[in-house]
Design a protein around this ligand. Structure first.
Ligand code: AGP
Length: 608
């Protein structure tokens, strides 16, 4: 999952391209490169973060080009080396390509071109693209046609930007599955994998669809659909978030900033959607499927990672509040599973980025099946938002840290609203939950106010190499999310487990070298959870518990307790998860990890 940027306009193109790559670094950060055309063609590549590339460009670029493309990489084919870094070029050194995605048929294209005398220098799939364009250009003598012909022969996923020293005034790009947005500015155009790299320059954007290529000149842009070989007219949309939202402000990193946005996130997810006093839930994004929604008999949630765990919380909420049976499946498994599907089942995709390839593939599987396809998505205008019949935006604003935090809170808040809406008011929880959600931002602030205490405990428990998170009912998916956070940013081998399952195996692991975090907030199974704590303590394990304010008993059972303010069992999930996010954050800091850019990961997983 790489980030690509392209610029054509009046400014020195290297500045917006480098700034754009920095904004997209959460997509991949093992190597980076730029190519710029100014009289001749220039290529600068470095292993490591975009900063290293920025220094090299500063040292090596002697001109102020108006045309440039850039790339920040998350390696899929070939190790992160200078040779494998993008841009990749044709053997004549005249065509430069940056690519996000995977060319699945690159091996056969490479073989065909090698038989024609082409030599390849890298281990990447991408290098076949400039070589294939070269091959067609030599026959068709037009870059428009050569680029389009090459695209029709590529299989897999791609967002591509291409420049050539043969046409120093044109920028070419295309997309299939991988996201690509074109920013339309005053006398300038900027291409990027997502709008965060564009909004410094303009809020007017054009989202490219699958099988679309675009040719950009200094004056204009023209889009073509290569599947139907026809011109496409598309007006620009206006981005609805501002630059401040993606700035760090006084925070040391994006993860802490986004955790501290929890109160605001809950407010934004409910803004204009709930009126507790008159017991109303309004989800405008579902208005166009209101009728069909009424005949939904089953909901199938598909998602990945943190969004999948939000889906598991949603399962409890929708089943218990709206009485509609819910099944939650990992999108990567659902895609290749052959199960009976009923037309009156709605498929609900949950995704922060709206670009996760596994979740997109899950939705594509039920395309044309007559099943309603819904989305709970954060990224406005993203692929999943545009491919679903209807949905609910999370309005959490751009999430930059790789580890998802505020998006999970927004997703679970929206799933509360969806459950209440689907209940059609036929639940005694309707008014109390709306009131609770309305008051929750204040309670979230009270949890954040305990950061110092959570930091002290996280430091204490970060000494464990193995760690368990356990919980019951809605706290079970929360324990899975807590474990994922500790895994992905502190690299501690952590596992989430249903507390009731401890005696069926995991208890064997427990000894003095094993730490456990028990989510023991108020609810119908609290007594049972107490016994789980005692089982662990009896084997010498160390226990830190999250409990509801006023629970004195647990302080006698667990070694340490972090309290969250009282609220209904359902919304305790939104308060307890803030503790889990801070716990993982401070443990990672203690272990000297890069919390925003954990190794081997990327924010938006755009390949299967
Ligand atoms: C979570 O912290 C991870 N970044 C990852 O598991 C993520 O939740 C998953 O890739 C799904 O992403 P999405 O919500 O953008 O679809």
């Amino acid at each position: 999952m790489c980030g690509i940027v392209g610029y054509l306009g009046s400014k020195n193109a290297l500045a917006p391209v480098i700034d754009g790559l920095q904004a997209l670094e959460y997509r991949g950060y093992d190597s980076a490169g730029v190519a710029f055309i100014d009289g001749g063609a220039h290529l600068v590549k470095r292993v490591g973060r975009v900063d290293a590339l920025a220094k090299a460009v500063k040292a090596e670029a002697k001109t102020k080009p108006h045309l440039a493309i850039g790339h920040t990489r998350w390696a899929t084919h070939g190790a992160p080396t200078i040779i494998n870094a993008h841009p990749h070029i044709n053997q004549d050194g005249t065509i430069f390509v940056v690519h996000n995605g995977i060319i699945e048929n690159f091996a056969e294209i490479k073989t065909k071109l090698e038989q024609l005398g082409y030599q390849f220098v890298s281990d990447t799939d991408t290098e076949v693209i400039p070589q294939l364009i070269d091959y067609h250009y030599k026959k068709l003598k037009s870059f428009d046609k050569a680029f389009e012909q090459a695209l029709t022969e590529l299989r897999g996923a791609y967002a591509i930007a291409m420049v050539t020293s043969e046409e120093p005034e044109n920028l070419y790009a295309a997309r299939l599955s991988s996201p690509l947005v074109l920013g339309v500015g005053k006398g300038e155009f900027i291409l990027a994998s997502d709008p965060t790299a564009i909004m410094e320059h303009t809020k007017k954007v054009v989202y490219l669809n699958d099988y679309e290529m675009v040719k950009i000149t200094s004056k204009n842009y023209s889009i073509r659909n290569i599947q139907h070989s026809k011109k496409v007219r598309r007006v620009a949309e206006t981005l609805d978030f501002d630059v401040e939202q993606v700035k760090l402000g006084d925070y040391p990193n994006f993860m802490l900033k986004e955790i501290y946005e929890a109160p605001q996130t809950i407010r934004m997810a409910t803004l204009g959607r709930i009126r507790p006093e008159s017991a109303i839930v309004k989800l405008g994004g579902l208005a166009n499927v209101e009728l069909k929604l009424g005949s939904v008999e089953r909901i199938l949630i598909v998602a990945c990672g943190t969004s999948y765990y939000a889906g598991l919380v949603g399962e409890y909420l929708i089943e218990e509040i709206a009485g509609i049976p819910v099944e939650v499946q990992l999108a990567s498994e659902f895609k290749y599973r052959d199960e009976p599907l009923e037309p009156n089942t709605a498929v609900l995709a949950i995704s922060q980025s709206g670009e996760t390839a596994d979740t997109i593939a899950a939705l594509q599987k039920v395309e044309g099946s007559g099943m309603l396809r819904l989305g709970v998505v954060n990224a406005v205008g993203s692929t999943i938002a545009r491919m679903t019949d209807a949905g609910v935006y999370c309005h959490a604003g751009p999430e930059q840290a790789v580890a998802s935090t505020k998006a999970f809170i927004a997703q679970v808040t929206v799933l509360h609203l969806l459950a209440l809406k689907l209940s059609k008011g036929r639940t005694k929880l309707f008014k109390p939950l709306l009131k609770d959600l309305d008051e929750l931002p204040k309670k979230a602030e009270l949890v954040l106010a305990q950061a110092k205490n959570i930091e002290r405990l996280a430091k204490k428990y970060s000494r464990f190499e193995d760690f368990l998170f356990i919980g019951r009912r809605l706290s079970y998916p929360l324990s899975l999310e807590g474990a994922l956070k500790l895994k992905e940013i502190a690299y501690i081998h952590a596992e989430g487990y249903a507390a009731g399952e401890m005696k069926h195996g995991p208890l064997a692991m427990i000894d003095k070298q094993f730490g456990t975090l028990v989510i023991a907030t108020d609810g119908p199974t609290l007594e049972k959870t107490y016994s789980n704590i005692q089982e662990i303590k009896a084997r010498g394990g160390l226990v830190v518990a999250i409990a509801t304010k006023g629970n004195r008993r647990i302080a006698k059972l667990a070694d340490d307790v972090i309290y969250v303010p009282k609220s209904l069992e359902q919304t305790q999930t939104l308060l307890a998860v803030i503790v889990l996010q801070l716990f993982a954050y401070y443990a990672a800091l203690k272990l000297g990890k890069n919390v925003d850019r954990p190794r081997n990961l990327a924010k938006s997983v755009t390949v299967e």
